[in-house]
Write a protein that binds this ligand. Structure first.
Ligand SMILES: O=C1O[C@H](COP(=O)(O)O)[C@@H](O)[C@H](O)[C@H]1O
Length: 225
C-alpha cells in the first residue's frame, strides 16, 4: 500500500489546487506525447474541481476525457454522470476535449461492452485518473456486494464491466480495477469526516468489502472537511 494523504484548509482551496495539479500532470504528459487521457468520477463531490479545471489553459483537443463509471440512464437524466460533466467540465477551455461517453443508449450496459472496449483502447494507460468514493467505500461503480465485483477486481479483468448492486439505484457500467490502478497518476477526491473515516477503515479491509482498497498502491488522496 502506498498512499499520500493531502489535507486542505477548505473545499475551495482543494478544488483550485487539485484542478491545477491535474492540469499540470496532463500538460507535462503532452510535452512528450501526442495524446493524454483524463478519467473522472461522477457523483456529488467533483463539480467544483471540474469548474476550475474547465477554465484551465491546456491543449484540450489532445485530451480524451472518460468517466470512471456511468449510471445506465439517458444523458439528460438528473442522475447521469455525463450530464454533470457536460455542465461543469466539458465547457470553456475544456470544451475542445474529446469525450468518450460510456452511455451508448443500448437497453442494457451489457450490450454496450464489446463496442466500448474497442473505443476505450486508446485511452489506456490513463494519464490522469481522478476517483471518487462513497461512504460505503465503493469507487467508480465497484460496489461492495456487486454482482461482478470479483471479476472487476481481477488482474485479468476487461477494461469495462456491467455492474448491478443493491447500493446502486440503476445498472451501471464501470472501468475495472486493473485499468484504473494502472493510471500514470492516480488521485482520490473525498470530502467530509464520514468519507475520511471510511477511507481509513478501508485500508484494513479486503477489496471485496472495501473496493477502494484495490486502488491504494500509488494513490494521492485529496481531502477537505
Ligand atoms: O455513484 C457514484 O458515487 C461515487 C461517489 O459519489 P459522491 O456523490 O459520494 O461524490 C462516484 O465517485 C461515482 O462516480 C458515482 O457514479
Amino acid at each position: 500500500m502506498n498512499v499520500d494523504f493531502v489535507e486542505y484548509p477548505d473545499r475551495e482551496m482543494l478544488a483550485l489546487i487539485l484542478a491545477d495539479k491535474l492540469a499540470s500532470q496532463l500538460g507535462q504528459h503532452l510535452r512528450t506525447n501526442q495524446q493524454a487521457s483524463l478519467c473522472v468520477p461522477g457523483g456529488t463531490t467533483p463539480a467544483p474541481v471540474f469548474e476550475s479545471l474547465s477554465a484551465t489553459d491546456l491543449d484540450w483537443d489532445r485530451v480524451t476525457v472518460v468517466l470512471g463509471d456511468e449510471r445506465w440512464v439517458h444523458g439528460e437524466h438528473p442522475r447521469s454522470n455525463s450530464r454533470l460533466l457536460r455542465r461543469h467540465l466539458l465547457k470553456d477551455e475544456a470544451a475542445a476535449a474529446n469525450y468518450i461517453d460510456l452511455y451508448t443508449g443500448d437497453a442494457t450496459p451489457d450490450e454496450a461492452l464489446p463496442g466500448l472496449c474497442a473505443r476505450l483502447e486508446p485511452v489506456f494507460p490513463i494519464t490522469v485518473a481522478l476517483l471518487g468514493m462513497g461512504n460505503d467505500m465503493h469507487t467508480a461503480s465497484l460496489f461492495p456486494g456487486a454482482d461482478h465485483l470479483a471479476a472487476a477486481l481481477a488482474p485479468d479483468a476487461p477494461p469495462v464491466l456491467a455492474i448491478r448492486a443493491e447500493g446502486a439505484d440503476e445498472p451501471r457500467i464501470t472501468l475495472t480495477a486493473p485499468y484504473l490502478r494502472n493510471a500514470i497518476n492516480l488521485h482520490l477526491l473525498i470530502t467530509g469526516p464520514e468519507k475520511r473515516e471510511a477511507f481509513e477503515r478501508a485500508q484494513k479491509l479486503d477489496p471485496l468489502e472495501a473496493p477502494i482498497r484495490a486502488l491504494m498502491d500509488n494513490l494521492t488522496v485529496h481531502w477537505a472537511e
